[in-house]
Ligand binder design. Structure first.
Ligand code: UD1
Ligand code: MG
Length: 419
């Protein structure tokens, strides 16, 4: 990686017998800029208000389910506070181990020479896993049917976080990177005992011949491919301050709203349980990502690293798989799908693919210009003209939110006709 500096930990150790204290990063590096609470307060209000309104006011949901979701929400809020507290601490440690990057979209300005701590996704991953593991105490019993799949989902997320961190430290070649999520998805693919059938959309039943089709092992293959897509598509729709964490926050909020709507509209306990399950896995993802956004919003004082992009992508993939709403999930991922399709010629080396496919920054004006690289980021700049990095991120996140709204609208319009 051109912009990241990594050195061997052995080379950095003080000489044997040296009684001088280990150099403290706190004394060498300036403290992180204060977290941007204002932005995150506005974003969290917009994301969580509709969810809590639907949960407590709009729908009649059983008290037991509401209680479990409320416990999960309270634990997630605790996770938000812990993440806020831990990021500056972890940032000092990663800088001490020379794990940092330079902000490419600030090149040529004093900010472009600042070492920005990398891979802070490791904090989010750890806090998330602790919350999700502890939550089992409140919701599952030893003979709970859901326990195996819940823990398999956590194993996938944990494995993916590990591989993401390995990638950040070792800078794995792109082709290898692409397949890492298929290994991380193995715990779920092996433990999955749910159905492998799909409901054929009503307009297609006459062509397929059956209303429900059992895909068998092909369903598992599809699950693995979904995990590979979600992780990589988040990772390549990146490189702008706040975009990685921001897109995760928007999609997570949409998943929460979708799940609570499904619970509210259904009377089937199994179906409700599947959607409650998704809520338990997404609430801590949203809260810890909001804490990350406090530091990652423009101008970023930390970078999320592939640790975070892979972790977030895998968390959303397992939630979509186990909640049985992967088509809806893919509609929430519309910007990522478009970015992937637009990236294909470069990803598959039909045309040259540079290490970073980011816009061109003009230090005199502080504006970004779109390059010819096939990314949505560049396409937005070419379509809507030059703008600052912050404006570009806001535009891309608004597009993400509109894609989620479009998905809700499509589900509403086609309800009953499609499935
Ligand atoms: C993917 C993209 C690459 C993009 C990069 C940005 C593909 C095939 N790869 O690569 O085009 O440039 O993500 O994350 O599409 N950075 C910033 N500002 C930010 C975030 C990151 O300048 O807001 C830079 C920093 O130098 C940071 C580096 O990007 O160190 C991280 O890049 P990395 O995640 O390793 O890139 P890839 O995921 O391999
Ligand atoms: Mg990356």
């Amino acid at each position: 990686m051109a912009t990241r500096r990594k050195t061997s930990s052995i080379a950095e150790k003080p000489p044997q017998g040296d009684s001088r204290p280990w150099p403290s990063a706190a004394t060498e590096d300036p403290p992180l800029a204060p977290p941007k609470y204002g932005v995150v307060l506005a974003v969290s209000t917009a994301c969580l208000l509709p969810f809590f309104y639907l949960l407590f006011v709009r729908y009649e949901i059983e008290g037991e389910l509401r209680r479990s979701i409320s416990i999960c929400a309270a634990m997630s809020f605790g996770g938000f506070l812990v993440t806020l507290r831990m990021i500056p601490v972890a940032a000092r440690y990663v800088l001490r181990r020379n794990l940092y990057g330079y902000d490419i979209n600030k090149k040529g300005t004093p900010q472009g020479n600042v070492k920005v701590p990398e891979s802070l996704g490791i904090v989010i991953g750890i806090v998330y896993l602790v919350i999700a593991i502890l939550f089992q105490h409140f919701n599952f019993t030893a003979d709970s049917n859901w326990l195996v799949e819940y823990n398999a989902a956590l194993a996938c997320i944990c494995f993916m976080t590990l591989l993401g961190f390995v990638d950040d430290v070792l800078d794995i070649p792109w082709r290898v990177k692409l397949v890492l999520p298929s290994f991380a998805a193995l715990p779920l693919l092996m433990a999955y005992a749910g159905h492998t059938t799909i409901i054929i959309p009503k307009p297609l039943v006459q062509y397929v011949g059956v209303p429900v089709l059992d895909l068998g092992w092909i369903y598992k293959l599809y699950m693995g491919m979904l995990a590979v897509f979600c992780t990589n598509s988040i990772n390549i729709h990146a490189g702008i301050n706040g975009l990685e964490a921001g897109q995760t926050v928007v999609i997570s909020a949409a998943i929460l709203i979708h799940n609570v709507m499904q619970i509210g509209a259904s009377s089937d306990p199994e179906y409700k349980q599947a959607h409650a399950f998704s809520i338990y896995l997404v609430l801590p993802l949203l809260s810890t990502s909001l804490a990350l956004l406090c530091y990652n919003w423009f101008p970023s004082s930390v970078f999320v690293g592939d640790t975070y992009t892979y972790f977030a992508g895998m968390a959303m993939a397992v939630v979509g798989i186990l909640g049985h709403f992967s088509e809806t999930l893919l509609l929430f991922f519309l910007p990522q799908v478009l970015n992937f399709l637009y990236s294909c010629p470069q990803l598959f080396k039909i045309i040259p693919c540079p290490r970073h496919r980011l816009p061109r920054f003009d230090p005199k004006t502080g504006l970004l210009t779109g390059t010819k690289d096939g990314t949505l980021v560049n396409l937005f700049l070419r379509l809507f003209g030059q703008c600052s990095e912050k404006t570009l991120c806001i535009r891309l996140l608004i597009f993400q939110a509109f894609s989620c709204l479009l998905c809700f609208w499509l589900r509403y319009i086609f309800a009953g006709w499609y499935k």
